[in-house]
Design a protein around this ligand. Sequence first.
Ligand code: IPE
Ligand code: IPE
Ligand code: MG
Length: 260
Amino acid sequence: MWKKWLSKMSTTKQDIYNNIDVSRLPQHIAIIMDGNGRWAQRRGLPRALGHRSGAETLREIVKTASELGIKVLTTYAFSTENWRRPADEVDLLMNLLSDYLDNEITELHNNNVQIRFIGHIDGLAVALQKKIEKAQTQTAHNTGLIFNLAVNYGGRAELTRAVKIISEKVKGRELNTEDIDESTIEAHLYTFDLPSPDLLIRPSGDFRISNFLLWQMAYTEFWFTDINWPDFKPAHFVQAIRDYQQRERRFGGIKNTKKR
Ligand code: IPE
Ligand code: IPE
Ligand code: MG
């Protein structure tokens, strides 16, 4: 399928793509979709237009990830801290999410994408919750890209939730304290059945993780760019993968050296 995508690319993009080793793609890519506000501000436009344009980027990047054969893509759409924004901006973001589902679900489904949501979904408006539920059910059996949308998500909230569930199990004698290990914590995260992200992409020039996937990113490779999310193109995504493939991951071990 990626061949079809290749044929549609310009020579430059094709050159970049040629440098990717398709047999060593990151399994899971996480993205903090940041910089919509700055993108709009620099053009003298209202922030709303930045968010609208950001939704278009999301559409393109999901398509690219799916065509490349990436297994999991997790994108950060709304954090537990984003409620601190003015009510009209929060409303706009929620409406955009709702529109995104209305407009994209058929295409996602046709492309064999399985959409999932991570975060405190119960804290969203009931109508949106229903839409989310419907989208998840509709695509639940798809076997292509697993596309996680993090909405009302916070890494600290996710860990707090895990601690609460585990405590209840200990209280109910379903679990012994001495049996709790790292796999117990992992089994109680939203991402319990997914590999940890191999690569995190954060556009827009800030160097922080803003409460995203705190546990899961223990050994993730970070890739930052000044480009704001609405200007982020498939070529940047491919560039991040290429850079990732040139890194050496040691996971606390040491560089591969010849055995003595
Ligand atoms: C990302 O863009 C969208 C959300 C956080 C929901 P921002 O709105 O954070 O854009 P900046 O950081 O103000 O440029
Ligand atoms: C992170 O961006 C959250 C999302 C992209 C959804 P923010 O714009 O909220 O992060 P900070 O406030 O700059 O750290
Ligand atoms: Mg921001």
